[in-house]
Design a protein around this ligand. Sequence first.
Ligand SMILES: NC(=O)c1ccc[n+]([C@@H]2O[C@H](COP(=O)([O-])OP(=O)(O)OC[C@H]3O[C@@H](n4cnc5c(N)ncnc54)[C@H](O)[C@@H]3O)[C@@H](O)[C@H]2O)c1
Length: 734
Amino acid sequence: MSASDLPGAFGPFRLEARASGVAVLWFDDPARKVNLFDGAALAALRRALDTIKRRADAAFPRALVLTSGKEGQFIAGADVAEFERIESPADAETRIRDAQLLFEEWGSLPFPTVAAINGPCLGGGTEFALALRYRIASDSRDVSIGLPEVQLGILPGFGGTTRLPRLIGLIPALSMLLSGRALDSRRARRAGLVDDVLPAARFAERAVAWTESLLAAPRPPRRSAPSLINRFMQSVPPFRAYALGQARQSVLRETHGHYPAPFEILRVVGATWGKSIPEALKIERKAVAKLLFTPQSRHLRRIFMLRERAKRVPSADKARRITYTGVLGAGTMGGEIVSLLSVRDVRVRLRDIKPEPILRSLAHARSLLQREVSRRRLTSAEMERALARIEPSLDLAGFRRVQLVLEAVVEDLNVKQTLFRELESQVSPTCVFATNTSSLSVGAMAKGLAYPERVVGMHFFNPATRMPLVEVIRAEGTDPAAVDTVIALTRRLKKTPVLVRDQPGFLVNRILMPYLAEAVGFVERAQSAPVIDKALRDFGMPLGPLELLDEIGMDVARKVAHVLSEAFGDRIPSLALIDRMVSDGALGKKASLGFYQYENGTRRGVNPAIAALATSREQVPAAEIADRLVDAMVNEASLALDDRVVDDPNDVDLAMIMGTGFPPFRGGLLRHADAVGVGTIVERLARRQQAGAPYGPSGRLQRMALAGERFHERELQERTTGHAPSEAAALSSR
Ligand SMILES: NC(=O)c1ccc[n+]([C@@H]2O[C@H](COP(=O)([O-])OP(=O)(O)OC[C@H]3O[C@@H](n4cnc5c(N)ncnc54)[C@H](O)[C@@H]3O)[C@@H](O)[C@H]2O)c1
């Protein structure tokens, strides 16, 4: 084979010969937006390799560059949907071994091989790049290089767990493997993960030229020298054991032992350090084959796919592209939402009736964006441009050209109705009216307007810049095009939308409130607040329910609770204590006093008045506390399904994970209910009702228990579009 007869296409790969003797292997899957390693792509990669190996002309190629034909996209990882087709750990091991061997063979070709990374390089993409001899990256912000497998409950099995520590050192590799966090090109270079960083403009050509210069003046791949302390830690066995032990402790603290994957990563890295590559790869693949079949990994993969499904943006003919918005109310929520919008290229007119909140919001937006600059996710110039997109205003002048308004004013139906009516005369007839209300009826807000069909709920969670969920609320008569426009905007803000019907409390707050009320009920029945919180943290919630109430604020919670108790009566049992706390000024963290006391935002023990309530010497067992609170959520979710707030139990699972941090390893609220057994939950709810609880199991739950039904009959199987590193990180951090 010579340059002239080098064959062209291998599935999504294309080999191109350059006169200099450099071959370019382009990866561009026409069927997908991102490149993924699925079975077909790996088979094509094998054919390309075999063809190169069979070449007649040993002098060609002299070097090979792997890059992506997709602008700003390298290789997003393995196809997670295909994992579901793996039949057994033995089947997994065979498949993984084949991929390991394939990558190993590419890396052992007798000429320099270079991965030229022009975008997200994740999971299998990083593992392939690690197997090649050199890695270079573009300086584009699109580049992120990482191994996010831990977020799917597995470890990198195509050689990543073996090769990363050998390339960048044990301690930095552990930090990447355990967090799943990706590095930008500058950080990747500093870590020794890439040999060089080149300008993004005409990157592929520069990568070829870089490789040609390598041929002219051969140089060994760059190895970063680990710091003295890291070198010491990794090479002296007792210190290595100590470092691994410390990492184990920190994983235990963070995960409460709920996730097996990080512990396996530690075990595999410890066991493979110093071993030959083939020996290490064997240990690695056995571990990942086992992890793939843990319930935790199944759940995390399912959530990943649900999020991919939620990413689908409505077609452009229905959804309008929003470039100019108005935000009304520059308080807690409005102040955060403006920075989300402005950073995504959306102009915002920010209106409040008072100047102070506007000034506070502008300062807050600056500090939020400044943080992005310091994390190198934004340049200073981009920050300034984003801030310049925010136009402060004390009246509604200048709203005529705005395409969407989002109101985030006080939670008062009258105020919101009056505002929308006033707005109608100031904006164009096509302007979408979005409301961030947490509990008021979207339909009621639309009443009396000339165009009521344009009103949609767009319910962000607090803090809006961090919480990944937005409930998009469709009222009776809402125009589907307005809903689609809000969904598309939500996606552009990198949030996960869940479409819900206009019912009191929508979905998340409605399900959460009985849970919080049960916790307050335990306090009223003389149980200790820290014991209750710990029980739920041990269950896997990021915060205990009383800690969460302190964060939300008793006044805010009370408002929502009253709306819900008006709608649902008995199921929101304990409001007396919350009412009392509001009148005592124990509003939560913002008042330095709630269920706990705070000093400069740091918790300092239990509020003495709350501690005094805990007089019961008979502590309810932690498991019983958790069951009671979680059962209350399952019961309410079943009623929300009856009311068709959503139709798909998967939406409940996704919304509760994204909106409340319900433990992802349990797969979501209703997946958890299936695991416990609906019959068991019904029995417990019925028993509590007999013992005096104000409500028992819902009709739906009882029918399901009798028929032996589950919420989820089948596993979700869908094609995915690749990893979403930022969101996956958000998922794991919740
Ligand atoms: N805080 C939360 O946790 C949270 C979470 C989700 C949704 N929400 C909802 O978001 C909305 C705002 O809540 P918040 O916590 O940001 O309230 P906030 O009290 O912090 O801010 C409200 C702001 O609206 C301003 N305002 C009042 N009337 C106005 C008008 N006619 N035009 C323009 N501005 C006006 C006030 O001056 C104030 O700055 C509420 O509907 C609330 O239910 C709040």
